[in-house]
Design a protein around this ligand. Structure first.
Ligand SMILES: [Zn+2]
Length: 62
């Protein structure tokens, strides 16, 4: 898990949460994280639309 970050523009798509944050080096990053038990999906994206698309199309692995 990444260190604690201050997210903004947090939105949920089903079980997946998308949030935007600054990485501390002047860049904006967008992360997705699935809250379903046992899934563990999470990823960072450079573009917000890419992050939201990934969240919308995410399917949990059993
Ligand atoms: Zn999932």
């Amino acid at each position: 898990m990444p260190a604690y970050r201050r997210f903004r523009d947090v939105r949920r798509f089903g079980p997946v949460t998308v949030g935007t944050y600054h990485d501390g080096r002047g860049r904006t990053r967008h992360t997705t994280a699935c809250s379903a038990p046992g899934c563990g999906f999470s990823a960072d994206y450079v573009d917000r639309p890419a992050a939201e698309l990934a969240a919308r199309t995410h399917r949990c692995n059993p």
